[in-house]
Design a protein around this ligand. Structure first.
Ligand code: NAD
Length: 358
């Protein structure tokens, strides 16, 4: 039987409660699909500050590097809000992404048919199905480029620089093309090539990689401003979107909000190897921590993504997605509750998904 090693970074607030549910579901999936997982815990964020003085202890980096993958809850909370910027829990989050060389961020925007009414878009705009994958470059571009202040015409000015090298574009393009190949074979590359030189290099490089290595995947190009409109006008036209760090930051939030509920949204960040960091997109929700009201489904679905993209267990991954869909028909946590269904706690939701696993 295959055994995987997974590091759990439970973090703060609702982090421990939601990660516990994902662990239950992953264990159950292992029983059904004949694999086992060796879970190890490590500290990140506020809990790490309290225990060690650092939001990202070296032991956590070492543990994550040695594991097959990492599952993260969420970090942060009012207790640590007054600390200086570089000592805050969120610094640990940026630090672990950097330490693991995570350059590709995958953000699925999926609407479960059961939750169609939670979307801010009209049902006729959503159509029968919405399943978009946004692939965002995570370690380059303007967030990491040269920046500074200078004096222009005697006035203070500030600048940030968008820069991408060909190898940086090639590797994110390959992640996106591979993804498109496994899905609907359609890739939309989003840029601002009508204005930005970095976008012109981006567009040409994506086109070349597509022509040379992925002739079976259809490529379209879209300017970022048009993409922002198209996502709310006709989201069903998209399969996989690939874009730069800053454009992806904005578009992935827009795309995910179409699905209507923050407690449902999973994400993955991948490095050059197979290992990745999997986490819900929401924060530590200190307002509901410890009340049993947290929705664990985003974390459970992050676990499902881990099975698909890092552990080569696509069947178990799909079984978890199906189990979530099944449970949503009968039970909901308070954030997505609708009259007539069973209102359940975080823990009960985890149990129900385990029971529904086939
Ligand atoms: P948040 O995502 O934690 O919460 C926003 C709202 O959504 C809250 O009302 C919360 O109760 C609700 N919510 C979030 N997740 C939920 C879930 N699973 N089930 C039910 N309801 C849920 O964002 P925030 O309030 O802006 O931030 C709180 C803390 O989290 C801050 O310290 C922030 O820095 C941190 N944060 C961490 C991450 C991360 O770890 N990746 C991301 C965002 C924010």
């Amino acid at each position: 039987m295959k055994t995987y090693s997974i590091v759990l970074l439970k973090g703060d607030g609702i982090g421990p409660e939601i990660v516990e549910q994902a662990v239950k579901v992953l264990k159950k999936a292992g029983e059904k699909y004949d694999f086992s997982i060796d879970f190890k815990e490590a500290l990140l964020g506020g809990s790490a500050i309290d225990a060690t003085g650092s939001p990202l202890p070296q032991a956590t980096i070492d543990a994550c590097k040695a594991a097959d993958s990492t599952l993260l809850g969420a970090v942060g909370g009012p207790k640590w809000d007054t600390l200086p910027g570089n000592q805050r829990p969120e610094k640990g989050l940026l630090g672990i992404r950097e330490a693991l060389g995570l350059f590709a961020n995958l953000r699925p925007a999926v609407i479960f048919p059961e939750l169609k009414e939670a979307s801010p878009l009209r049902a006729d705009i959503i159509g029968d199905k919405l399943d978009i994958m946004v692939v965002r470059e995570l370690t380059g571009g303007i967030y990491f480029g040269e920046r500074g202040r200078k004096t222009v015409d005697g006035q203070e000015a500030a600048y940030d620089t968008e820069m991408y090298s060909v190898p940086e574009i090639e590797r994110i393009a390959r992640v996106a093309f591979d993804m498109a190949r496994k899905r609907g074979k359609r890739l939309c590359s989003v840029d601002k090539a009508n204005v930005l030189e970095s976008s012109r290099l981006w567009r040409a490089t994506v086109a070349r990689i597509g022509a040379e290595e992925y002739p079976d995947v259809e490529i379209t190009n879209m300017y970022v401003d048009n993409c922002a409109m198209q996502l709310v006008r006709n989201p069903g036209q998209f399969d996989v979107i690939v874009t730069s760090n800053i454009f992806g930051d904005i578009l992935s939030d827009e795309a995910s909000m179409i699905s209507g509920s923050i407690g449902m949204l999973a994400s993955a960040s991948l490095s050059a190897g197979k290992a990745g960091l999997y986490e819900p997109i929401h924060g530590s929700a200190p307002d509901i921590a410890g009340t049993g009201k947290a929705n664990p489904l985003a974390t459970i679905l992050s676990g499902a993504m881990m099975l698909k993209y890092s552990l080569d267990q696509p069947e178990a991954s799909e079984a978890i997605e199906k189990a979530v869909s099944k449970v949503l028909k009968v039970a909901r946590t308070p954030d997505i509750y609708v009259e007539g269904l069973r209102k359940v706690s975080c823990d009960e939701m985890g149990d129900l998904v385990c029971e529904a696993l086939e």
